[in-house]
Every structure is written in structure tokens, then in C-alpha cells.
Design a protein around this ligand. Structure first.
Ligand SMILES: Nc1ncnc2c1ncn2[C@@H]1O[C@H](COP(=O)(O)OP(=O)(O)OP(=O)(O)O)[C@@H](O)[C@H]1O
Ligand SMILES: [Mg+2]
Length: 251
């Protein structure tokens, strides 16, 4: 379980997160949703220790991230940020291999190579393994970064908008892979803007707005017209398709 207790965050005088307390279940796929600027990336970055905590505490499977050794944390948790700076002369396979660094620290073995190949294959990048990352399309590049995160083989995967820039077939492929990892006992936290991906694939949804948690629960509970309508300030319709909520809005 990831447990967030009393986490607040400010940038200058501006409050970004206000007293967030949250428990993310282990072995589940959790979707983090909410409008632009709600604080999703900030919260995910704090959970992944990409930024120091200003107030409160976050534990991952019982260990306080503020006190966990960096290499240990990298085995526990892999995080994909919303924007990823790019080393220009890097090949796709080399980028994905960085995910294995916490395991081999510069001396990759056959096990590491196998994990890299598997991650490339999962993200449909095997044919592009020798291409330079800066010579990929936007969606291919995004898949390369997801592959790097998968290759890390951590217990927890935190991904910030992994579906941004992906076509619908690859978006589905990424969600299916994340669900497969969940079925194999791993824990996934994924920021999504496409509510229908959250509704179909997530076990648990956390909705944020204005730096606070405004709804939390299974998709059937969170994906209702009144709840989502209030979060996004929109008129929405929710239908049931194959027992799952399908959210529609006017164009
Ligand atoms: N470096 C910064 N300086 C000032 N304000 C910031 C900074 N980074 C983020 N913010 C503000 O913090 C708030 C939360 O940002 P955050 O990136 O966490 O939102 P988000 O929910 O991930 O949004 P999106 O869906 O657009 O990615 C926003 O209002 C944003 O403008
Ligand atoms: Mg964000």
C-alpha cells in the first residue's frame, strides 16, 4: 500500500496540495483523474520522491520514502513523469536499458537484456530498438519511455499520462499491459485524462480538484454523471456498456 498522510505542498505562496491523505491499494490498478492543474502530477512526483516533501508523510509498503535508500526505492517503485527530457544521441534500446540500472549498476546480465527485450516487445518497439530516440514520432517516443519504466521491474509503477500522444490501439495496449502487471501482483498508479480508460481498466479511481481529493472509490461509484459533472464542470451522460460505465459528453 502507498499511504499518503497529511501531505500539503506550496510553490511560493500558492497552495498546490492541501492536506492530502490517501491509501492506494497494493496489487491494484488505481487511476488518478481530475482537471488540468488539479495537482495530480505534483502528488505523483511527491510519491515517487522526484520532489522533497514539504509537509506530511508518504510510505510505500511500510517504508517511509523520505528515509529509503535510493537504489532500494528504485526497485520498489518506477515513475514515468509527464514530460521527459531527452538525451539526443540515444538509441531506443539504450534508453529502455536505463530502467535496469538499479539492478545491475553498470554490469547488465542476460536477465537485464531479457527484461529490456520484453519491455520493447510490450510497447511494440522491437523494430525500432536501434533508432535514435529523437528520430521517433511523439507516440513512439512516449512508448519508449513507458518501456523504460516497465523494464525497471518495480513492485509499484507510477505513470503520469502514459496515454498522451498514443493512438487508440496503442493506448489500449498500454492499459492492457498495465492490467496484466496488476494481475501478476504488481501495483499501478496511472494519471489518465480519458475517463473511459479509467472506468474500464481501473479497480480504484482517485479524483482530484484544486489540490484536494474530491472523490474516491471503484469506477461504478466515481463515474457517475453528478460526480464527474461536478469535477469537470460539464454536462455528462453515463451509460452502462458491458457492465462498465461509459462517459459521454456533448461536443
Ligand atoms: N513550478 C511551478 N511553479 C508554479 N506553479 C506550479 C509549478 N508546477 C506546478 N504548478 C501549479 O501547480 C498546480 C498543479 O499542477 P500539476 O502539474 O500537479 O497539475 P496536474 O493535475 O498534473 O495538471 P495536468 O492535467 O495539466 O497535467 C497548477 O496550478 C500548476 O500551475
Ligand atoms: Mg499533470
Amino acid at each position: 500500500m502507498i499511504e499518503v498522510q497529511g501531505v500539503s505542498h506550496r510553490i511560493g505562496q500558492t497552495p498546490i496540495l492541501s492536506d492530502i491523505s490517501l491509501r492506494l491499494p497494493k496489487g491494484r490498478l488505481t487511476a488518478l483523474i481530475g482537471p488540468n492543474g488539479a495537482g495530480k502530477s505534483t502528488l505523483l512526483s511527491l510519491m515517487g520522491r522526484l520532489m522533497p516533501l514539504q509537509a506530511g508523510q508518504i510510505t510505500v509498503d511500510g517504508s517511509d520514502i523520505a528515509r529509503t535508500d535510493t537504489r532500494q526505492l528504485a526497485k520498489q517503485m518506477a515513475i514515468l513523469s509527464q514530460s521527459n527530457p531527452l538525451g539526443s544521441r540515444l538509441r531506443v534500446r539504450e534508453l529502455v536499458s536505463f530502467g535496469r540500472w538499479p539492478h545491475h549498476q553498470g554490469r547488465p546480465g542476460p536477465q537485464d537484456a531479457a527484461q529490456v527485450s520484453r519491455a520493447l516487445d510490450d510497447m511494440d518497439l522491437t523494430q525500432l530498438g536501434d533508432r535514435f530516440v529523437d528520430a521517433l514520432s511523439g507516440g513512439q517516443r512516449q512508448r519508449a519511455f513507458i518501456a523504460m519504466t516497465l523494464a525497471q521491474g518495480a513492485d509499484w509503477l507510477l505513470l503520469d499520462e502514459p496515454l498522451a500522444a498514443l493512438d487508440m490501439a496503442h493506448a489500449r495496449g498500454v492499459m492492457a499491459r498495465l492490467a496484466g502487471l496488476r494481475d501478476a501482483g504488481r501495483s499501478v498508479v496511472v494519471v489518465l485524462h480519458d475517463i473511459n480508460h479509467a472506468a474500464v481498466w481501473a479497480d480504484h479511481i482517485v479524483a482530484m480538484k484544486d489540490g484536494r481529493i474530491v472523490a474516491e472509490g471503484p469506477p461504478s461509484q466515481v463515474c457517475t454523471a453528478p460526480t464527474l459533472g461536478a469535477i469537470y464542470d460539464m454536462d455528462l451522460r453515463v451509460m452502462q456498456v458491458d457492465g462498465k460505465p461509459l462517459v459521454l459528453h456533448h461536443l
